[in-house]
Design a protein around this ligand. Sequence first.
Ligand code: ZN
Length: 278
Amino acid sequence: MVWALGLAAAVLVLAGIAGFLWVNRLFEAPEATRVASLAVELGATRVMTVFAHPDDEQLANGLITSAKAGGAYVAQVTATRGEAGTQVPVVARQRDLGIIRHAEVLKNGFALGIDEQEVWDYPDGGVPEVPMEELVGRVAEAMTRYRPDLVVTFWPASGATGHKDHMRMGLVAEQAIARLRAGVGDYRGPRHIAYALTPPRAMARLAGETGRFVVENQPAPTHAVPGNTASKLKGWEIHASQGDYVRRAYGVPARLLYLVWDKEFYALRNAADIGKED
Ligand SMILES: [Zn+2]
């Protein structure tokens, strides 16, 4: 009887370990080259992120903090104040959410060591309705000021999560870069563009229809960077209005998710290749 219980316990433990290893493998991408810092790997000393919402930078903590550790300057543009977001938990009047999230992203940017940050006030959920000319002009102008040699943004056809604002800001960043390359100024745009991707296998297997859409419309990751889990956990604390986001979206506590999702994945392209066939 005792040995039977012991055997049952051992079987359960082994099943648990096997399950953990199976899930863990879904958050790996063996095709990606592992680097400690993408900025250092590329010799990039100026990095600029182009995102849509407060908390989008939570996809890139590892890239940002490793760039800072390598001595790079980092600037960030966030196109909206995230005023249409769902509060989890509710921490403020919904009509004040834009102000709250504006402050949250500034605080998280400060915690990440970002040097300069801009939070614009394009409509959360309505970025695709903003005239392209206005967005491209404004992002190109910001790039001219910050002079990044590496730009980090979303893949235009998938947006990492399928969010239309993400997709649009990725397209805007690409067109801004193409405009700078074709321009006559002394700054002709970054050398590289890194697209922040979600783990493709996990998206395909665990994220339903949205996950399949994302994976079918994004390139394979070329690079993997260690995710900075401590920074991500701190970031969700700072984004207090989104503090339970991971638990709501993924069904597990953030601490548990980042046990397996411990890398960030990027598709890297030369800026010279933007606009060519993918
Ligand atoms: Zn977002």
